[in-house]
Design a protein around this ligand. Sequence first.
Ligand SMILES: [Zn+2]
Length: 173
Amino acid sequence: MPTKHRPTMRIGYGFDSHEFRPGIPLKIGGMTLPHDKGLGGHSDGDVLLHAITDALLGAIAAPDIGALFPPSDPKWNGADSVIFLREALRRTRDAKYAVANVDASLILAAPKIGPHTAAIRARIADLLAIPADCVGLKAKTPEGLNLENAAIAHVVVLLEAGKPAPTKKRKKR
Ligand SMILES: [Zn+2]
């Protein structure tokens, strides 16, 4: 039987990328941003929510977003990525961990994220039920990467253990 090891903190890391396609809405961080192109591929293409979802799942060593919600399953075509984040959060809570903070880097040539940063942070904070000052978000342009038609997200998340399950043994007096 394996030894039970329960860290008081766990770190998770998520990465995702999607290609821009014309004529679809741009969803980033659970928000629809004004732009002439959106992100294609899995579900609604929300690259940031996908990376956060994978960071949460990774922190608790659960199967990743592609395993839980296969892109080949037509059920997830155009799906709201909030569904995936909520499932990752449910599993995190089942594992008796709470989100302490999240930090994300977004890499994309356009649109400018700056004007939307506060709204995206507030939306993610709301989804994760943590304060907005526990959500970091930096947007970068893909300098020298030749990736003008892609959006990329890197995310780290820190989990804190909740109250440990009560032990059956009582202290001897
Ligand atoms: Zn994705």
